[in-house]
Write a protein that binds this ligand. Structure first.
Ligand code: PMP
Ligand code: GLU
Length: 395
């Protein structure tokens, strides 16, 4: 018996797989510094947890509507207005089981077989496979940096990879895995270019609270004329440390939102209503609820930059947001006989083997020769990780 063609070329999420492997090794007693997964180390605020418990006790334990209940969509609508200065009615909003589920349904809703989606690298692991699942073709745009090692995304870079089959572009700022943030100037430049293109713009803004230098701004706020083609994706996983709760949402044209709801009605069905109750309250509090945690993450960003600057032969993208440091190993790999083929995968495996530090190799993000460090862990773990990393590089 054969599996369907559609799943044969899919790979499991490498970030999820690596994290599970490292957790298993740790359980078996190995002393591993886990810098793999993008998951805040702080706990979900107790007040959010209490909302879920109260809702469970009140019996909010049955099916809810596909697309999210009205109260949750109203909470998202208020959040978008207050924090992002974007006006969306509840009918233009869909909530579901994580931004990952929403994105998967979005690609199914927007992509016909053979359609191309522009995907700037490095990109978060799941976009590529989700586009392929929808029988689309990811057009991967190789990274370019300026002199200060800021990752760029310019109209010229998009234009080079656009074809008559291009139907959309994925934006992710603050960026996983690069930690980069699109500057207001580059957003202006991109927006002006995109108004001349009839593409869907899928804007993943899940790291919006972790924009350390400039407050997060959605491209749509700067270019409201993109509204009929713009889909904003966000979720509570990162902002409120709720990865396991699985709450994501999107705002966009009602027809697109309706298609996602229909897909949900045949798959995930609904968010658990007691989770919705907690999410509504978290959204009503906004970034203010997480002020201390966000400041702590910025301090950790400063720490990793300081430590990474001390590593010989390592360059990295200037990290201005999210909670990742993306390192360019290529100068180092070029010097070594063993890794001269540019495989950061082999290098990262040896790092795990010899120094028990787990990181994600660049291959996962469409950029062999790089690696991603998640610094969403304790400062002690970060220091120990870098101590071992320095030893490994020296050896
Ligand atoms: N987008 C990006 C860029 C991410 O890093 C993640 C992390 N998992 C997601 C979407 C999905 O998040 P979730 O499904 O937990 O909402
Ligand atoms: N987005 C996180 C990461 O990149 C969580 C894992 C995942 O969903 O891929 O590590």
């Amino acid at each position: 018996m054969n599996l369907a063609q559609r799943v044969k070329s899919l790979k499991s999420s490498p970030t999820i797989a690596l994290n599970s492997r490292v957790q298993q090794l740790s359980k078996e007693g190995h002393d591993i510094v886990n810098l793999t997964v993008g998951e805040p180390d702080f706990a979900t605020p107790l007040a959010i947890v209490e909302r879920a418990i109260a809702a469970l006790q009140q019996g909010r334990t049955k099916y809810g509507p596909a697309g999210g209940g009205l109260a949750l969509r109203q909470a998202v609508s208020s959040k978008l207005l207050q924090e992002n200065r974007l006006a969306y009615a509840p009918e233009e909003i869909v909530a579901g089981c994580g931004a990952k589920e929403i994105l998967c349904h979005l690609f199914l809703a927007l992509v016909n077989p053979g359609d191309e989606i522009l995907l700037p690298a490095p990109y978060w692991v799941s976009y590529e496979d989700q586009i392929k699942l929808a029988e689309g073709r990811p057009q991967i745009i190789p990274p370019e940096v300026d002199r200060a090692n800021h990752l760029l995304l310019t109209p010229a870079m998009l234009e080079r990879f656009a074809t008559p089959r291009t139907v959309g572009l994925v934006l992710c700022s603050p960026n996983n895995p690069a930690g980069s943030v699109l500057s207001p100037e580059s957003l202006l430049e991109l927006g002006a270019y995109l108004t001349s293109k009839n593409w869907w713009i899928i804007s993943d803004e899940i790291y919006e609270y972790f924009s350390f230098e400039t407050p997060h701004r959605s491209l749509l706020e700067l270019y409201p004329e993109l509204r009929s083609r713009f889909i904003l994706v966000n979720g509570l996983s990162k902002s409120f440390a709720m990865t396991g709760w699985r709450v994501g949402y999107a705002a966009g044209p009602a027809a697109v939102i309706g298609a996602v709801k229909t897909l949900q009605s045949h798959s995930s069905t609904c968010l658990p209503p007691f989770i919705e109750a907690a999410a509504e309250w978290a959204l009503s509090q906004g970034a203010e609820l997480m002020r201390v945690e966000i400041a702590a993450m910025k301090a950790k960003r400063d720490l990793v930059v300081e430590l990474a600057q001390q590593l010989p032969d390592i360059e990295f993208f200037s990290p201005q947001g999210a909670f990742y440091l993306f390192m360019d190993l290529r100068p180092l790999l070029a010097k070594s006989e063993q890794y001269a083929n540019g495989s950061s995968l082999a290098w990262c495996e040896a790092l795990l083997d010899q120094q028990k530090v787990a990181v994600v190799p660049g291959e996962a993000f469409g950029t062999p020769g790089y690696l991603r460090i998640s610094y969403a862990c304790s400062p002690e773990k970060i220091r120990e990780g870098f101590r071992r990393l320095a030893l490994f590089i020296k050896a």
